[in-house]
Design a protein around this ligand. Structure first.
Ligand SMILES: Nc1nc2c(ncn2[C@@H]2O[C@H](COP(=O)(O)OP(=O)(O)OP(=O)(O)O)[C@@H](O)[C@H]2O)c(=O)[nH]1
Ligand SMILES: [Mg+2]
Length: 431
């Protein structure tokens, strides 16, 4: 008979007295075991009470992927709250799609791409779109600019997700005025979906790309998936939500109740800031008591310019910003995590033959034009800035990331969580 079975089976030929004594002993053992469990749980609760709240600040220039990281965090550590916000993201995705389609139409109306005029030609299609999507254009304001796609934005703290779910009135969001309007927009998009697909495949769009008009915008994904996304029955997938673009204005506070094992029930506070230059002045007031700072540097920006100042290269801006953040005394005690993001876009650019060394003068042209070599170079440069300019010695944790790929992000998120927890524990024991 196996000695591993618990509780052990009753001995053969057990008398009534022996049975009563055995049951009493088992009951006592269970009482003691439950008591130990209760004491452990109590100790855990006490530890939690006395541990300072986990506060994490995300920094980086506009479109570096800060808000996308917040979504990843929520998807991984608080999946049910991520799930609950799906409907709110659908409205953002539809606006991303509609505005990109409007942009395509605008670009087409300003070029001679494709052959205009004939029956059934692409120009006829886009005129029809312009007409059908006019309700969505109502809040755009005059003058879509040729070189940019108008962005969807919302000011932090407006509670827009609850508003779109129809639970909150009076939101200040400019995005939509009421849920009925959201449904109208869905019906219009559904009616237009075949035309959107046809427009995207049309010779006029192909001609634009051939002429060198850059249509590599984050909303491109939604127009490529228009048949699914514009359908009335559409529900966004996690991948779609990670691709949705909603520019952050001001500072958004996200209170996340962790659903995963060790920290289950704990509330972590994440601050997401607007990354444009005009927004950066408001950051400092959040520096003081954060436990960790996650900085996002989009590696693919090496050949791009800032939307807010076309004279500035995006990668240089990121480096300068990193320098400033490293020097900050207010952040000197925070755990530093650096994410070299948009590895997928960097890969696509390098593979297309765009040379990193043409834009970054310190990168020797003999060095390989590969993601590995370029990311190793950026890692080294940024670690050096951190080492030289940090007001006190501190560890830096660096990851190469692609924030739209939740499978790849899982390992990074786990590692970041572990680092933050260990630092928190360290701070608690020092207190
Ligand atoms: N291809 C690719 N796209 C990404 C990646 N990370 C983020 N994005 C996309 O880039 C766009 C901008 O990302 P956001 O997270 O909104 O950028 P942000 O830093 O919050 O920008 P601001 O709110 O303006 O400061 C979104 O459409 C994301 O889906 C990435 O690693 N690869
Ligand atoms: Mg943002």
């Amino acid at each position: 008979m196996s000695s591993n079975v618990w509780p052990p089976p009753p001995p053969k030929n057990e008398s009534e007295d022996e049975k009563a004594a055995r049951l009493a002993a088992e009951k006592e053992a269970k009482r003691i075991s439950d008591e130990i469990d209760r004491a452990l749980e109590h100790e855990r609760q006490e530890l939690r009470k006395h541990r300072p709240q986990t506060k994490i600040l995300l920094l980086g220039q506009a479109e570096s992927g800060k808000s996308t990281m917040i979504k990843n965090f929520q998807l991984y550590f608080c999946p049910s709250s991520f799930q609950a916000e799906t409907v709110a993201w659908r409205a953002v995705i539809h606006l991303n799609l509609a505005r990109f389609v409007n942009y395509l139409l605008y670009v087409l109306s300003n070029t001679n791409a494709g052959s205009g005029g004939k029956k059934g030609d692409p120009n006829k299609d886009y005129r029809m779109f312009q007409m059908r999507l006019s309700p969505l254009k109502a809040d755009e304001g005059p003058g879509l600019r040729f070189e940019t796609v108008p962005e969807v934005s919302v000011r932090g703290g407006t509670g827009w997700k609850a508003f779109i779910r129809g639970r909150r009135r009076g939101s200040q969001s400019r995005m939509m005025t009421n849920p009925e309007e959201v449904n109208d927009a869905r019906r219009i998009l559904d009616a237009c979906k075949e035309d959107i697909v046809a427009l995207w495949k049309s010779p006029a769009i192909l001609a634009l790309e051939k002429e060198g008009v850059d249509l590599h915008h984050h909303a491109r994904y939604f127009v490529e998936h228009a048949a699914r996304v514009a359908d009335m029955k559409y529900t966004p997938t996690p991948d779609d939500i990670l691709r949705a673009r909603l520019r952050t204005v001001g500072v958004e506070e996200h209170r996340m109740v962790m659903e995963t094992a060790a920290e289950k029930g704990e509330e972590w506070v994440l601050y997401d800031v607007g990354g444009q230059r005009s927004q950066r002045a408001s950051w400092a007031s959040y520096f003081e008591d954060v436990n960790a700072m996650i900085f996002l540097c989009p590696m693919s920006g090496f050949n791009q310019r800032l939307a807010e100042d076309r004279s500035v290269n995006r990668l240089y801006d990121s480096m300068e910003l990193w320098d400033t953040v490293c020097r900050s005394r207010l952040l000197s005690k925070a755990t530093f995590i650096l994410l070299l993001n948009k590895a997928d876009l960097l890969h696509a650019k390098l593979k297309a033959g765009i040379r990193f060394s043409d834009y970054v003068k310190n990168y020797d042209e003999d060095q390989p034009n590969t993601v590995d070599a370029v990311s190793a170079y950026l890692r080294k440069e940024m670690m050096e800035i951190h080492r030289v300019y940090s007001p006190r010695k501190r560890q830096l944790h660096v990851h190469i990331t692609c924030a739209i790929d939740p499978t790849l992000m899982a390992a990074v998120l786990n590692s970041m969580r572990d680092v933050i927890l260990v630092e928190m524990l360290h701070q608690t024991t020092l207190l």
